[in-house]
Design a protein. Structure first.
Length: 483
């Protein structure tokens, strides 16, 4: 994993510790460094003390951050030279985070970027302030930024549980040498981590099971574990659960890579299966509209043939799903602008209140795809998972994030979530001064579904109430040029 280089250097006659920022020719964003320097924190055995950086200078052609001397090492060393004490270091980090304020942590992306955390050889931890993390992010290469930020964002996690999830990811990283969701195939495969148990490590079964369970908990169990606490306060649960765990791994000179485990049959079978599932999903996302168009054309030609009858009798892809999954797939279809997917599990005669909006946006997207070669719609779930990057000019966010489905009675379910849309439903925010970027409107939505067992043996949506929307905020997302 890419890390910032740290070294000692004499500055004005004093020994200072330095962290590289970027080559000298890279201009630093002045807006990040304006105003009073924000303090970081040193954590030492349950206590926090303020820490301040001295300044920025150029050393050997690189712009470097410098400060009073500390024997620092990148926290990513828990996968190499500090691997034998990885559990200790992760628990120290978790305890430190419980003592910090939400404003200092700035968990807008759901996680703490890895380059804000540094270990000290004497057992302390250094946690850098958010402006320095922003400085590293603004000057980093895209791949470095991905590995230190986006790779740790786990989409679909209950927000208060996000730091517990990240601590589990760090233990996974220490055990196997790579972050569980850093590979894009793992992210495409519904954030499914390769089980540690199949990797033949020396880690105890109980510890391996704990890590895997942490990364694969259902939303219901995440809510049970974290409740309504702030994300850092929920780490007390993680600390309690790991207090009795053992860690039997030795230090190594170099971290293993994902492909290194292909030599182990159990890992190879899992990774090959994951590759197939992910590639299938990518294909349908990129080329699915072509397949649908062709299928519709073939269906029109075969309208008066017996195949039409067979098609009518074919179970929907949601056959076999439970009632909550059927409702969740309705929103998955909306986020993909896939009307066929939205209505796959609708009983005959059930009206879809979002069909007109989804159809219009789908036509708009496909028209621009055909004439301009640009996919103008961005799924907000993917945008959030990628760390809320700038949007390409001409694109827009549309879809429902943070979907939560609650059963009211045997057949009635209430779904809530946050709708991201490029236009206002109720005119809130329209009078605001226009800013540079892409305006997006956020609404809290509530919608009621009736899901019943159909005559042919699978659950069907038999009624959908019109969505209730409550304005949350209007945001302007920074934009970037297409080329």
């Amino acid at each position: 994993m890419p890390v910032k280089r740290t070294f000692d250097h004499q500055i004005e006659g004093k020994l200072m510790r330095c962290i590289t920022i970027a080559p000298q020719e890279v201009e630093l964003p002045s807006y990040i460094l304006q105003g009073e320097k924000e303090k970081g924190y040193l954590y030492d055995e349950g206590t926090l003390s303020s820490w301040y950086w001295k300044g920025i200078t150029v050393i050997d052609g690189e712009r470097c951050l410098y400060f009073d001397h500390l024997e620092l090492f990148p926290f990513s060393d828990i996968a190499t030279s500090k691997r034998d004490k990885a559990l200790v270091w992760v628990r120290r980090l978790a305890d430190a985070l419980t003592r910090l304020s939400p404003d200092f942590l700035d968990l807008s992306s759901g996680i703490l970027p890895l380059w804000r955390v540094w270990g000290v050889e004497d057992g302390k931890l250094l946690i850098l302030p958010q402006p320095l993390g922003d400085l590293f992010s603004a000057t980093a290469e895209e791949e470095d930024r991905y590995q230190n930020v986006s790779a740790w964002v786990h989409h679909g996690v209950h927000a208060p549980f996000s730091l517990c999830d990240q601590m589990g990811q760090l233990l996974y990283y220490a055990a196997l040498g790579f972050a569980p969701f850093a590979d894009r195939l793992a992210r495409e495969d519904a954030f499914r981590p390769m089980p540690i148990a199949c990797a033949q490590t020396q880690l105890s079964a109980s510890t391996a099971d704990f890590i895997h369970t942490t990364l694969t908990l259902s939303l219901t169990r995440q809510r049970d574990a974290a409740g309504n606490k702030e994300s850092q306060a929920a780490l007390t649960t993680f600390l309690e659960q790991t207090e009795q765990l053992t860690w039997d791994l030795a230090s190594v000179d170099q971290a293993s890579k994902r492909d290194d485990y292909l030599s182990i049959e159990a890992c190879r079978k899992f990774l090959e299966g994951q590759t197939k599932r992910a590639n299938r999903k990518i294909f349908w996302r990129k080329k699915g509209w072509i397949v649908i168009t062709v299928a519709l054309s073939v269906g029109a030609v075969a309208w008066f043939t017996t195949s039409r009858i067979q098609l009518a009798l074919t179970p929907p892809y949601t056959a076999g799903m439970n009632q909550i999954q059927v409702v969740e797939e309705y929103y998955a279809g909306q986020n993909a602008l896939d009307l066929q997917k939205m209505e796959a599990s609708l009983a005959k005669g059930t009206k879809n209140p979002a069909s007109m909006e989804v159809t219009n946006l789908f036509v708009t997207r496909q028209t621009r795809q055909a004439y301009e070669g640009i996919n103008s719609q961005v799924d907000p779930n993917r945008w959030i998972a990628d760390g809320k990057p700038a949007l390409v000019e001409g694109t827009f966010l549309y879809g429902v994030a943070d979907v939560e489905v609650v059963q009211q009675d045997e057949t009635t379910f209430t779904a809530t979530g946050t709708l991201y849309t490029p236009y206002s439903y109720t005119d809130e925010g329209e009078q605001q001064v226009q800013s540079q970027g892409v305006p997006i409107y956020l609404y809290h939505i509530t919608q009621q579904f009736t899901v019943e067992m159909g005559k042919r043996g699978w659950y069907e949506i038999t009624d959908i109430k019109a969505v209730n929307v409550d304005f949350v905020e209007r945001v302007v997302v920074p934009s970037q040029k297409r080329f």
